[in-house]
Design a protein around this ligand. Structure first.
Ligand code: HH2
Length: 262
């Protein structure tokens, strides 16, 4: 999954693709470089980010979705109105970092469209989530949350085979908790749905490399995280640097299966 942030303030690439023409070119390139799906987002969810009004989010993402018609697209939003327009324009997956908790109308939009949905774990909300994350046991707590949200989505009429789950790396977790979620990914796989992991450029990677104040991670560190998550069973890797990650994954897949699987 290639990341396409159409925002002025995303944590690693804010403002780079704020102009529709730049964002469209970037989206096409991500697909050429090997992304199976391009995830278009118009609201940053970085720690401390403020919410964006629906009109502004639509203004950011609509021209980009229109310009990328025909490419497999996912919409990174928590808002039913944004998801509805994106699905009308051909998006196939709704990537909701609130796991259908923020907008009560979103579950029905997904159910009625027959789209795929990604349900992600987050403790608290972006403005405050890194303040003091606390868990009994981070892996069991995240697994219990995802099981509850999966059951909710199915009750709302979303077909189970359309749902994937995401531990939400960096969303209300310490660096050690982020690493533990990948180390013990088998617990999340046991839920029985495909697992999405988004470790790309996140600050934990910079901390691992020795900078206690890092707010981002490097590309090579991101690739290391993607490969580790893949080796532990993740199905979808959400990444900014598609070509480099794709090449690394092709080798890991060739070792695992004796061939390139894509
Ligand atoms: N991470 C971000 C945004 N959306 N969606 C899923 N499913 N999983 C993630 O880990 C995830 C996500 C944050 O990264 P990014 O989009 O690069 O930054 P920002 O939220 O600042 O736009």
């Amino acid at each position: 999954m290639g990341v396409l942030n159409v925002t002025p303030d995303s944590f690693s690439d804010g403002g780079e693709f704020a102009r529709p023409a730049d964002a469209i070119a970037r989206g096409r390139r991500l697909q050429e470089e090997g992304a199976a799906i391009v995830d278009v987002g118009g609201e940053s969810t970085r720690p401390g980010a403020d919410p964006v009004p629906v009109e502004e989010e639509l203004r950011r993402v609509m021209p980009v979705l229109e310009g990328l018609r025909g490419i497999p697209l996912s919409i990174d939003t928590s808002k039913a109105a944004v998801a509805r327009r994106a699905l009308e324009l051909g998006a196939e997956l709704v990537n909701d970092v609130t796991a259908l908790r923020a907008d009560p109308a979103l579950a029905r939009v997904v159910a009625e469209s027959g789209a795929y949905v990604c349900l992600m774990h987050m403790l608290g909300e972006p403005r405050t989530m890194q303040a003091a994350p606390r868990y009994e046991d981070v892996v069991s707590d995240v697994a219990a949350f995802l099981e509850e949200r999966l059951a909710f989505a199915v009750r709302e009429g979303i077909a189970e085979e359309r749902i994937c789950l995401d531990p939400g790396i960096g969303f209300g977790k310490t660096p050690d908790q982020n690493l533990e979620l990948i180390r013990r990914l088998d617990r999340l796989l046991a839920i029985g749905r495909p697992i999405v992991v988004g470790f790309s450029r996140k600050s934990t990677l910079g901390r691992v490399l020795g900078d206690p104040r890092a707010t981002t991670g490097t590309m090579p560190a991101s690739i290391g995280a993607a490969i580790t998550a893949y080796e532990r069973g993740a199905t979808v890797l959400r990444v900014h640097d598609v070509r480099e990650t794709y090449e690394a994954l092709a080798v890991a897949a060739a070792v695992a299966h004796g061939k390139v699987t894509r």
